[in-house]
Design a protein around this ligand. Structure first.
Ligand SMILES: Cc1ncc(COP(=O)(O)O)c(C=O)c1O
Length: 434
């Protein structure tokens, strides 16, 4: 780095300190957001450094972030995308690739998923002409079980995609075994669960593919952004092709002829020697991320352990502080898991002398932010009512979630003082009603 750039970056770090909000926490006045980005002076400097270099498309930093993140997540390959939703679209689309031969999913094949989830975990199933099969989840863990999945398997069921809800891993080892026994492909939506483990093994390492979101609410942020992880090199190649317009060539931007055969292929009905850079083997997209995102991701990655440990501490303080309060169903970690929590879910007992709306209004009036457990029961949304799908069993708990559940934040900007205030506020509300 030249002297001028080093000077600018020093100034950027000082600027960052100057614009920090020095005001302390004022209960009832300071917003307690449910989620958000935690960005420090190094993040700001990383973005400016990438900007000074004018690395505006994918480049050096995105490649470095891909390999560092893959290493950290214990997968062989990571492909950055412009969002977690795009990562899910790529992961599901990759299962339809001709390169998978007989294992390839075909239109009308079924994919198991949960009804209480995030829409873009499910949408790629429909976008690929596949049929989602919705199963119910448990209250407290907000994940489904192997038994529910097993009961849902039909003759055309070929894959499973579902999220580790709010960072809490589903029974990943057992689900992976079920998938293997029934020749199903498994995608772990790990968008909310970076850093979580099941049986001591990272979430995102049990399936054929895993996806991550780097939107500001998530464990790491690149602004908008996401990533597909896999250790299967065929799937990695398919994901890359689908992400990069569907091309067959795998040269990075700015590279040429890394296979030493750029003009040596004959594919489809193209003339022999057609430039491999322009041969398309998939009906693809362009879902790439930029180098600014890569630079921010690298800088954020240094702080991942700290972020996860504060998330765990905040969740534990909420869990201990609210323990024993009547009318609230408190969350529980899946046995044998160590979640790196995304949020703290609360379900108001339907028999409670107060409604979810009243509790949420009270918290919001104290500037304590709340969120719904995403869509609740997706099948009740206008978008899905007329879409092809199958429901396995009853969706009773998904309906309860739609009507009674919300979550509050644990993200690393929340201090112990804020969490104490959240606990005191909920306790005050519940006791005043009972
Ligand atoms: C479980 C889950 N999957 C997918 C996504 C989509 O990620 P993105 O917002 O980056 O598109 C989210 C977003 O919060 C999510 O929570």
């Amino acid at each position: 780095m030249n002297e001028r750039a080093a000077h600018i970056l020093d100034e950027v770090r000082k600027y960052h300190q100057d614009v920090q909000d020095g005001g302390g926490f004022v209960p009832g006045v300071t917003e307690i957001w449910p989620s958000g980005a935690v960005l420090d002076e190094e993040d700001r400097a990383a973005l400016v450094e990438a900007a000074l270099d004018m690395r505006i498309a994918a480049g050096r930093s995105s490649r470095r972030f891909e390999s560092a993140f893959a290493r950290r997540m214990k997968r062989r390959k990571a492909h950055l995308t412009n969002s977690g939703s795009s990562a899910n679209l790529l992961a599901v689309s990759s299962l339809t690739s001709p390169l998978l031969g007989d294992r390839r999913l075909r239109p009308g094949d079924e994919v198991l998923t949960v009804a209480a989830g995030f829409p873009t975990t499910v949408n790629p199933i429909l976008q690929n002409g596949l049929v989602p099969v919705f199963v119910d989840v448990e209250l407290r863990t907000y994940n489904t079980t192997v038994e529910r999945l097993e009961r849902a398997i039909g003759p055309r069921t070929r894959a499973i995609i579902m999220a580790h809800t709010l960072g809490n891993p589903f029974e990943a080892a057992e689900v992976a075994r079920l998938a293997e026994d029934h020749d199903l492909l498994l995608i772990e939506d790990t968008c909310d669960a970076v850093g979580s483990t099941y049986d001591g093994r990272p979430a995102g390492t049990f399936g054929d593919l895993a996806t991550v979101s780097f939107y500001p609410a998530h464990h790491l942020t690149t602004g908008e952004g996401g990533c597909v992880l896999t250790s299967n090199l065929v799937l990695a190649r398919i994901v890359e092709s689908l992400r990069d317009w569907g091309r067959d060539c795998w040269c990075e931007p700015g590279e040429n002829d890394t296979c030493h055969k750029r003009f040596g292929y004959q594919m489809g009905t193209l003339p022999a020697g057609y430039d491999h850079k322009y041969i398309f083997s998939h009906v693809g997209y362009n879902l790439k991320a930029t180098d600014l995102q890569g630079a921010l991701g690298l800088s954020q990655l240094d702080k991942l352990d700290h972020f996860c440990s504060v998330r765990r501490r905040n969740w534990r303080l909420l869990r201990e502080g609210l323990d024993g309060l009547p009318w609230l169903v408190l969350p529980e970690a899946t046995p044998r898991s160590d979640p790196s929590w995304f949020g703290f879910a609360l379900t108001v007992d339907p028999e409670a002398p107060f409604s979810r709306a009243a509790l949420v209004d009270f918290l919001e009036s104290r500037r304590i932010g709340t969120r719904r457990l995403f869509a609740g029961n997706l099948t009740r949304h206008p978008a899905y009512i007329d879409q092809p799908h199958r429901v396995s069993g009853e969706l009773t708990n998904s309906d309860t979630i739609t009507e009674q559940t919300f979550w509050i934040g644990v993200y690393p900007a929340l201090t112990e003082e804020m969490i104490d205030y959240v606990v005191a506020s909920i306790a005050e509300f519940v006791r005043s009603h009972g």
